[in-house]
Design a protein around this ligand. Structure first.
Ligand SMILES: *[C@@H]1O[C@H](CO)[C@@H](O)[C@H](O)[C@H]1NC(C)=O
Length: 173
C-alpha cells in the first residue's frame, strides 16, 4: 500500500472512532454541564438571604442554568443517534441530573418565604418556567437520539424532570 493511502486509511479509522465517541460524549457533556450549573445554583439558593448581592448572584446562576440547557439542546440536536450501550450512560447521567434538580427545586421551595420577603418570588417563577420550556426541548433532543427500543425509558426519565419543574412552578404560582 502506498504510504499516502495507508495514512488516509488511518485517518479514516481515527475519524470514525472520534465521530462515534463524540455523539454520546456530546450528550453526556451537555447533561454534565446542566448538572454543574444546577449544583452551583443550589449552593446559592441554600445561602440566599434576600440581600441585593444574593439576588444578583442568584439571577446570574439561574441564567447560567438556562443557558447550559439551551447550549445542550443545540449541541445534542447536531449529533447523530446513539447506540443502546451509549444510551445506558445517558440514562445514568440523566438520573444524576434528576437528583440534582430534585434537591435544587426542594431547596428553592424551602426558601420561598425569603424569596417572597425580598420581592423575588415572581422572578423565581419566571425562571422556572423558562427553564422548564428549555428543558422540554433539551429532553426532546436527547430522546430523538436514543434508540427506539429505549425511547420509552428515555421518555419516563425526561418526564421526571418535567414533573420536578412542575412541582417548583406550582409552589411559586
Ligand atoms: C424530590 O423527591 C422527593 C422524594 O421522592 C419528593 O417528595 C419531592 O416532591 C421531589 N421534589 C421535586 C421538586 O420533585
Amino acid at each position: 500500500m502506498h504510504a499516502k493511502y495507508a495514512l488516509l486509511a488511518l485517518i479514516g479509522t481515527a475519524f470514525g472512532r472520534v465521530v462515534v465517541k463524540r455523539d454520546v460524549q456530546t450528550i453526556l457533556t451537555a447533561l454534565s454541564n446542566v448538572n454543574s450549573a444546577t449544583e452551583t445554583l443550589d449552593t446559592e439558593v441554600k445561602a440566599f438571604d434576600g440581600s441585593a448581592g444574593a439576588i444578583s448572584t442568584l439571577n446570574a446562576d439561574s441564567a447560567a442554568v438556562l443557558s447550559s440547557i439551551n447550549t445542550g439542546t443545540t449541541n445534542v440536536q447536531a449529533t447523530t443517534p446513539i447506540s443502546d450501550n451509549d444510551a445506558l450512560q445517558v440514562a445514568s447521567a440523566t438520573e444524576t441530573l434528576i437528583n440534582t434538580l430534585n434537591t435544587t427545586i426542594d431547596d428553592l421551595i424551602a426558601k420561598k418565604p425569603t424569596f417572597v420577603s425580598s420581592g423575588q418570588s415572581a422572578t423565581v417563577l419566571s425562571q422556572l418556567q423558562q427553564q422548564r420550556t428549555a428543558s422540554n426541548s433539551f429532553s426532546s433532543a436527547i430522546v430523538s437520539k436514543t434508540p427506539s427500543d429505549l425511547s420509552s425509558i428515555a421518555q419516563s426519565l425526561t418526564a421526571q424532570i418535567a414533573a420536578e419543574f412542575q412541582t417548583g412552578i406550582n409552589a411559586f404560582s
